[in-house]
Structures are given as C-alpha cells and as structure tokens.
Write a protein that binds this ligand. Structure first.
Ligand SMILES: *[C@@H]1O[C@H](CO)[C@@H](O)[C@H](O)[C@H]1NC(C)=O
Ligand SMILES: *[C@@H]1O[C@H](CO)[C@@H](O)[C@H](O)[C@H]1NC(C)=O
Ligand SMILES: *[C@@H]1O[C@H](CO)[C@@H](O)[C@H](O)[C@H]1NC(C)=O
Ligand SMILES: *[C@@H]1O[C@H](CO)[C@@H](O)[C@H](O)[C@H]1NC(C)=O
Ligand SMILES: *[C@@H]1O[C@H](CO)[C@@H](O)[C@H](O)[C@H]1NC(C)=O
Ligand SMILES: [Cu+2]
Length: 205
C-alpha cells in the first residue's frame, strides 16, 4: 500500500505537480465572446488530468478557496470500502466549506481506464471536472494493441450565465434549467464568427 502511495505521488508529480494538492479557485474565462468568473481546480478548465496505475492509492487534498461549498466525485471509480471518498455531497460526505479542505484517499484495486472526476454539488460540475487516467500495472500491457498515441477528449457544455444562477432559477421556478449555449471539446466551443473579444479562444476545436 505504501508503495502504491509513492507511485501515484511520483507519477502525479512528474505529470501534474499540483493535482495531489487541488486548489479550488475562481478564474475569469472567455468563451462565446464574453467573460465570466468560473469555479476551477488550479485555474484550469477542464481541470488537471490525474494519472495513476491500477492498484495505486490515490490521495488528493482538495482545498476550497471559493465562496461555494464543493465536493469532488470520482466518476466510475469503484470505492472499495472507502465510500467516504466517493464525493457526492450530502450522500457520502458533507461538502467542503470555503477555506477548508478534505483528503480523498482511495485505492484503484482491479481498475483501469480513463474516467471523469467532477464536482458533485449543485452545478459546479459544469466547470469543475477533468480526467483520471488509470494505467495498467507497470509491465502489464494494454488488453489491446498499444495505441500510437493517446489523447484525452472531454465533452462539456458552456453557459454564458453563471451556472449556479441557472440551476437556482430552475429550482425556484420548478421548470427545466436553461439549456447551454454551446457544447465544448476540452473546454473550447470553437471559433465564433465576428467575435471582437475571442479572449482565450484558439479555434483549434
Ligand atoms: C475577473 O475580472 C474582474 C473584472 O476585470 C476582476 O475584478 C476580478 O478580480 C477577476 N477575477 C479573477 C479571479 O481573476
Ligand atoms: C456548506 O456545507 C456545510 C457543511 O459542510 C453546511 O453546514 C452548510 O449549510 C453548507 N452551505 C450551503 C450554502 O449549502
Ligand atoms: C489513506 O488511507 C489509508 C488507509 O486507511 C491510511 O492508512 C492513510 O493514512 C490515509 N492517508 C491519508 C493521507 O489520509
Ligand atoms: C434563462 O433563460 C431565460 C429565457 O431566455 C432568460 O430570461 C433567463 O435570464 C435565463 N436565466 C439565466 C440564469 O440565465
Ligand atoms: C460578420 O461580419 C461581416 C461584416 O460585418 C458580415 O457580412 C457577416 O454577415 C458577419 N457574419 C456573421 C456570422 O455574423
Ligand atoms: Cu459523475
């Protein structure tokens, strides 16, 4: 077990130094010709990719620096006797309040593949999400021919409005929430014609 802990810290430190210590922070983001503040992990949307190996123990300390309660859910990870590390707010844990932190600590026994992590409270998942890649054990091949290249593709959505306002309005009015303004690939909706403030848009989607 201690070995697994070391492995994941090492892998994460090489590929993604800050993921082990995940800061939930606000960031201004420009999409669809307009800027708005969004909740992110480490200022990234989508958030950082976490790399681990089958049988590793994953330890992620989430520190909440935003004015929202938050939790992180490890979507598709089987929590084997670590239900409190699963992440759904008010189901397996109380949310992490502003200024506080929580340590997610679970072991990837018998699990491989690329899964999603995301906020699991209200609609913060709209911006707080990313990939968790669980590689086979060292020396064990993939159960298919080795791919030439691997790319992580995360499909998401973008609302011009604040997503907490969207869900709160729907809950109060008892109607379905407003649909998103665009779909995104790795956080990008693609270029918008005649946009004077493309901001961070690169158009490479
Ligand atoms: C976002 O932009 C506004 C207006 O320019 C600024 O006041 C605010 O500090 C920025 N927030 C962040 C997190 O950068
Ligand atoms: C935030 O979470 C705490 C428990 O972790 C809870 O007591 C509080 O009511 C929550 N605040 C909101 C606004 O939901
Ligand atoms: C993670 O969980 C294991 C098993 O319960 C425990 O021994 C270890 O101290 C925990 N690590 C942290 C950083 O909480
Ligand atoms: C939802 O859509 C309606 C109709 O377009 C609009 O009036 C309202 O402002 C939207 N709500 C939010 C929170 O953006
Ligand atoms: C973009 O601007 C040009 C020139 O003003 C205009 O002819 C064209 O219709 C605009 N395209 C879109 C999609 O609005
Ligand atoms: Cu999920």
């Amino acid at each position: 077990m201690a070995c697994g802990v070391k492995a994941v810290v090492l892998v994460a430190a090489l590929l993604f130094p800050a993921m082990v210590e995940s800061m939930v922070v606000m960031k201004n983001a420009t999409r669809l010709c307009a800027s708005k503040p969004i909740v992110t992990v480490n200022g990234k949307f989508p958030g950082p990719t976490l790399y681990a190996r089958e049988d590793d123990t994953v330890i992620v300390r989430v520190v909440n620096h935003v004015q929202h309660n938050i939790t992180i859910h490890w979507h598709g990870v089987r929590q084997l006797r670590t239900g409190w590390a699963d992440g759904p707010a008010y189901i397996t844990q109380c949310p992490i309040p502003t200024g506080q932190s929580y340590i997610y600590n679970f072991t990837l026994t018998g699990q491989r593949g690329t899964l999603l992590w995301h906020a699991h409270i209200n609609w913060l998942r709209a911006t707080v999400h990313g990939a968790i890649v669980i590689l086979p054990k060292r020396g064990i091949p993939y159960p298919f021919p080795k791919p030439d290249k691997e790319e992580i593709i995360i499909l998401g959505e973008w609302w011009k409005s604040d997503t907490e306002a969207v869900i709160n309005q729907a809950m109060q009015a008892g109607v379905p929430p407003n649909v998103s303004d665009a779909h995104t690939i790795n956080g990008h909706p693609g270029p918008v014609p005649n946009c004077s403030s493309q901001g961070t848009e690169t158009g490479y989607t």
